[in-house]
Design a protein around this ligand. Sequence first.
Ligand code: IPE
Ligand code: IPE
Ligand code: MG
Length: 248
Amino acid sequence: MNFALQSALHVAVIMDGNGRWATLRGLPRMAGHQAGSEALRRAVEAAPDLGVTALTAYAFSCDNWKRPAEEVDAIMALLGWYLRDEIPRMLADRVRLSVIGRRDRLPDSLVGVIDEAEAATRGCNRLHLRLAIDYSARESILTATGLCGGGTNVTPERFEQTLAATHRGGPQPVDLLIRTGGEQRLSDFLLWECAYAELVFIRRMWPDFGGSDLAKAVTEFRRRERRFGDVPAPPIPVPVLGQERWLH
Ligand code: IPE
Ligand code: IPE
Ligand code: MG
């Protein structure tokens, strides 16, 4: 199937299971995060040919600051190395990078690399990679609500524009949300944008995730019927050699 000819997709991924992947192998958790960064590279590489035009990946949540300082520091360092290493590849593959989430608590060096990567890739348009770092959906929604000034005259459009501003370039509705690692929860990720997302939960840990897993999830998504509250679409009659067949 030529996925690229199908409609543009916004896929969101909760890249979970790095720690367990490492622990199962007798490795420090950080080895799982390192292997997880390679899985993200594979997903970015596979996405455009599957018709994915935007990929939002959850790298670090506001709640992840609760983790031990050594793990947090190591993740921050890894994110900086990852972004710096990826700039040439993103340019070659025409991947535009944006980072959503708070920046005021990130190390200055990481903020510098984020600015650099965003500026360098601004003109790229094959895939929009949005990395969520120090991100909380509830916090974004609260901030946007405050900026809208409350009241009953806030339209969904105005609210979405304000939420987009708090996100730097979103929110786009999510079509397909994938979570690896076996847990079946959203963990404060894109709560507004996932209102009608199709959810796919995968037992495989994130470091083992590859292009074929993304392809399977997209195939599963294409099989589903999205109704957005409406009734099912009527079947389309297709005449075949004098008989009638029904296509859904
Ligand atoms: C996801 O993997 C990465 C981050 C949250 C930074 P985890 O580190 O949560 O891995 P598990 O869930 O403990 O296995
Ligand atoms: C969600 O995973 C955050 C990221 C993948 C970055 P967590 O591992 O932090 O989520 P919980 O604690 O299992 O809900
Ligand atoms: Mg986890």
